[in-house]
Design a protein around this ligand. Sequence first.
Ligand code: CUA
Length: 356
Amino acid sequence: MRKGSIVALLGLAVIAGGVATAVALVPTWLPKDASREAGRIDFTFWFVIAICIAIFAIVAAVMVYAVIRFRVQEDDFEDGPPIHGHTGLEITWTAIPFVLVTAIAIVSAIVLSRNDAEAGNTLRINATAQQFTWTFGYPDAHDATSPVLRIPEGRSVELDMRSLDVIHAFFVPEFRTNEDIVPGLVTSVHITPDRLGTFPLICNELCGLGHSLMRSQAIVMKPAAFDAWLQQQGKSAAPAPASTTGTTSTSTTPSSSSAAGLSVFNANGCSSCHTLSAANATGKVGPDLDKLLSYAQQAKQPLAAFVHQSVVDPNAYVESGYPKGVMPETFGQSLSKTQLDALVTFLVQSAQKKKG
Ligand code: CUA
């Protein structure tokens, strides 16, 4: 090989490698990380990217060089010389990818096992996904639930995730965590948040009509603020004296039950799908709850009975123009009797107010 060819090839490789490196580094491809796991995932990512850039530089240099240097002359109709086998080359192009792929596998295995390693004093949180909402339960606080994920900075957190209906996926880009949530299984992710802030929490698996709306937030708090919040939740979630309300009724004091119903509405993500002005909800997937009175008339049912049925057996009557089978059948069962009554009362009252 002539010295000039080697210099030309090297020059082309440097240019191609420089362009690829600029494309990799200049735009901000990844959101700023916010967990220790994210740092390790990023390391794997950049490790693979560096290998890719090196391979790209070599391939692009050889290709561009060959296209220019060995371009066929206009009056040349001959075939090239037949070449068969080259043991040295074949060993080289088998060995190099073998080494690179093995290196990537080893780095990935180390990173994944470190990310999944059980740390001491892990905070356990139950995550429940359903069409199209998230609920986070805190066993340390009498199973108090929250529609957003609150976690303390610096502490190892394990999310044990369950789905009530179809496959969803938990994804917080800043944490670099993505894990499927599969009905019948409990899957988990580990997060050790290391930056305060509020980050988008996204369902990352197409799960139905409201998939794009199935979003929440992950809020990383100072440990002291988190403990205070958790204690507060623990108090309000402490088992209340057993309710004696027998049937779905509006007999409880309107203001208190209305507030309770509103909090059930908010805690269960109803606003992802429904419009209801009393709750400032503007969802468009399911029926407009400001029109409950006219829906009940069309279903030929008294308002309260209609609302109750629509919660516990959502497919019994579906307003025309809205798809069947989207509202989770399991939703009613996930509420306690008190919560269900409060929700129905709240919806009935806001529908009556709407009319009056
Ligand atoms: Cu749940 Cu997409």
